[in-house]
Design a protein around this ligand. Structure first.
Ligand SMILES: Nc1ncnc2c1ncn2[C@@H]1O[C@H](COP(=O)(O)OP(=O)(O)OP(=O)(O)O)[C@@H](O)[C@H]1O
Length: 753
């Protein structure tokens, strides 16, 4: 059947490569993504999309990754025609074609069995044409890319709370509903044998009816088997639900953690953070385990309790009274337990911090033989935590001990009382009733006690939640990450009356800083320790944003720039750079989409890393361990430079990048600086002035202020602080070469390479 619209322009129902008009220079998929984004009122920056020249068709994963990096929600899925017809989407979706092209599906009409598609154009212009399954299947194999804006600010900024976690749990309501339904049937299956016992036992005993006994046995066996099957199925479903909830919580926690600003991590011990993250899992266990099962049990109570009252009201009242007493005892202990739980948690955090710190600093610990000092500290914190744990444990024993008689009563005492009541009533029918009641009370006692204990657990979890919230609910920097301008950078930097004071500090780290440099500048930053050099680079990267004055890049105030965009345009190399576990190639790419082996080689060559990589046993595939012990400091640094350079950033920061290097490695990196700096603005912080003599401009910082700006010769001439630093370093170098201590600087040294 040809489903093409008769009013559509001739031939417009055909989709083939020829009909896919491509935006000049842009891949069709990219045009499609830009068009969908534009439909949602978002402008994506296509220049940030990198495509492997060897493979002109990117993978859907690469495209999706790029769209996500740009701050939108995106997903690539495989759909069948029927699913496509039912697709609920608040905008166009992109169908990826077999030939590498794409069309946008703007509407689906299930009644006519057609979808409306149009060619992707950035402007969004073009006529949508209806296409049927047969036609589409000739060019489309089912690949679809869906995109939409991040739902709303709330979605990204959702803080951790019971409400939020409950919402996550409720997302699994279809499973939970089934679980609830299964629970009701299980309860029913529990009641059936009880009712049979209730009504039939007396007859069996009175009339010696063996056939009734056999029937009861068969019914009991059948209900038990059914019960077991249903319990198993319910357990299975609960496992599925809790695994899914668990995965969502883990994703949430990690995302939330990554969204926290860097200075938060600088202020907070990693042990405290690690401990708080661990706590979230305790809360999850509570919600998906104890809470869920108690509520399921509670539904059972709703049926069983009335039944108990119906059978034996006196005994039922005693059980309710026992449960009430248990609740009262636990309620009395809640407050003191909460206090001790809080103290225990704090003590555990301190202990954990020592462990994490020791592991992080293990090189220092070993090399300075600090093992015994660290051990004593650990010993002290273990003792403190043990002390509080003992107190907490002892206190928790009390409610357990005091409630034990009531628990035992619910399980066994009720039987004795029932027997007594049966005996004094002298009614044989009471025996059946008593047996049935006892069976129910066994079933009821557990959930009743569980319900009361839930209060105690909830107190624990509330304390735990407080700790996790103290870490995860810190204000994220995500707002800046996903919002703001995305200007194309040339690289001009301007500081206009910038002042900045670190949180908790009295003295400003930067005070009335003013300077501006044009694009392509190689800017050196020098000054005594603590003069504010690194702070300038932090401000430039948007790490610290609560400064006064204006920091502008190409005239755009930094706080109005999208943070992700800003950082993607910065290449940053620090004194200590962390290399991840993985191959050299993976480390240079660092998971960024669309980068190829050619990019890796180009970056490595520019960073001066190519020669040592090629000498390694597996070249670019050489595996780097965590902390990269198999690389020298110089090699690590050059890899870090390559990693920063691979995206060809317009601005680059080298913060003491060569300070820890041996002279040979330093000379190697410095020799490449000019090449590295070609076509981009470089900000180089260095204590070694020899690395900076080629800079177009050097800023001399002193106590958070700009003391002078000039070239190396100018500063030697007129800036006393710079001259002093220069002479200090130069004397040292000349000494090494056996020259006179008071000799003037030599031009050779000044080249630094
Ligand atoms: N995270 C921080 N929290 C509080 N104060 C800080 C922080 N980082 C730096 N400072 C303070 O801010 C001032 C400037 O520090 P900054 O690191 O910018 O100096 P620097 O010139 O780069 O020093 P160095 O050459 O030693 O690295 C110093 O007084 C320092 O103590």
């Amino acid at each position: 059947m040809d489903a093409a619209d008769p009013h559509a322009p001739e031939g417009s129902g055909r989709i083939n490569e020829a009909s896919l008009s491509r935006e000049p220079g842009l891949h069709t998929w990219l045009v499609g993504a830009l068009a969908i984004a534009r439909y949602h009122g978002i402008d994506l920056d296509p220049t940030t999309f990198r495509l492997d020249p060897a493979t002109p068709v990117p993978s859907p994963a690469v495209l999706v990754e790029w769209v996500r990096e740009q701050g939108m929600w995106a997903k690539a899925v495989r759909l069948k025609w029927q699913q496509l017809l039912r697709l609920e989407s608040s905008g166009p979706v992109m169908l990826l074609m077999k030939d590498g092209g794409a069309v946008l599906m703007v509407e689906a009409d299930a009644s006519r069995n057609v979808v409306f598609v149009k060619e992707p154009t950035v402007s969004g212009a073009g006529v949508a044409v209806p296409v049927d399954e047969l036609r589409l299947s000739q060019v489309w194999e089912g690949e679809v890319v869906m995109m939409r804006p991040q739902r709303n600010e709330e979605e990204q900024d959702t803080p951790l709370s019971f409400g939020f976690l409950t919402k996550l749990v409720m997302q699994e309501r279809s499973i939970l509903r089934t679980v609830g339904f299964a629970s009701l049937i299980i309860t029913f299956l529990t009641i059936v044998p009880i009712l049979i016992v209730y009504s039939a036992v007396q007859r069996v005993i009175e009339y010696g009816s063996m056939s009734t006994l056999l029937l009861i046995t068969i019914v009991l066996v059948v209900t038990t088997v059914l019960d077991a099957i249903l319990e198993h199925a319910r357990g299975n479903l609960l496992q599925v639900a809790s695994t899914r909830i668990d995965a969502k919580i883990q994703l949430f926690v990690f995302k939330r953690l990554l969204s926290l600003p860097l200075d938060y991590f600088e202020r907070t011990q990693s042990g405290v953070i690690g401990q708080a993250i661990g706590k979230v899992y305790q809360i999850r266990e509570f919600i998906t385990g104890r809470l869920l099962s108690t509520f399921i049990d509670a539904s059972m109570l709703l049926i069983l309790l009335p039944l108990m009252f119906f059978m034996q009201a006196t005994l039922a009242w005693t059980i309710v009274a026992a449960a009430g007493l248990i609740m009262l005892v636990i309620a009395c202990f809640l407050r003191p337990i909460r206090v001790l739980t809080g103290r225990l948690s704090a003590a555990e955090s301190r202990k954990f911090s020592v462990l994490v710190e020791t592991l992080h600093g293990i090189k220092t610990v070993k090399s300075l033989a600090l093992e015994s000092a660290r051990y004593s500290q650990w010993d002290e914190f273990v003792a403190q935590a043990g002390d509080v744990r003992l107190q907490a444990g002892r206190l928790a024993l009390w409610p357990a001990t005091l409630t034990l008689p009531m628990q035992r009563y619910c399980q066994f005492g009720v039987m004795l009382l029932g027997a007594y009541l049966a005996v004094i009533s002298k009614n044989a029918a009471e025996i059946g009733s008593l047996m049935a009641f006892t069976m129910i009370s066994m079933r009821v006692a557990g959930p009743l006690i569980g319900f009361t204990k839930l209060m105690q657990d909830f107190e624990d979890v509330r304390a735990t939640m407080g700790e996790a919230q103290a870490v995860l609910n810190n204000p994220p920097e995500i707002r800046g990450i996903d919002r703001g301008l995305r200007p194309a950078f040339a690289g001009a930097i301007e500081f206009d009356s910038v002042a900045f004071t670190y949180q908790g500090s009295q003295r400003p780290a930067l005070n009335e800083v003013n300077f501006s440099v044009p694009p392509g500048t190689m800017l050196g930053l020098v000054g005594r320790s603590g003069s504010g050099k690194s702070t300038i680079t932090r401000l430039l990267q948007g790490i610290s944003r609560d400064y006064t004055g204006f920091v502008k890049i190409d005239g755009v105030e930094l706080r109005s720039i999208n943070l992700r965009h800003l950082r993607r345009n910065f290449g940053v190399v620090l004194q200590e750079n962390f290399l991840f576990r993985g191959s050299i190639r993976d480390n240079i790419i660092s998971g960024r989409a669309g980068l190829t082996m050619e990019d890796v080689v180009r970056a490595a060559r520019l960073a001066g890393a190519e020669e040592f990589i090629e000498r390694m046993p597996h070249g670019y595939d050489t595996f780097i361990q965590e902390g990269s012990p198999n690389l020298s400091g110089g090699q690590r640094q050059r890899l870090a430079i390559a990693r920063a350079l691979i995206v060809d950033p317009r601005l680059m920061i080298l913060d003491e990048a060569t300070s820890a290097l041996d002279p040979e490695s330093e000379a190697l990196v410095n020799a490449n600086l000019k090449r590295i700096g070609a076509g981009r603005t470089m900000v180089i912080v260095s204590h070694r002035l020899a690395s900076l003599v080629d800079c177009t401009a050097i800023i001399v910082m002193d106590q958070g202020k700009v003391l002078d700006v000039g070239t190396h010769p100018e500063l030697v001439e007129r800036c006393s602080v710079y001259r002093m630093l220069w002479l200090q370093q130069n004397r040292h170098m000349t000494d090494n070469q056996g020259n006179t201590r008071h000799g003037s600087p030599t031009p050779v040294l000044a080249q630094g390479d």
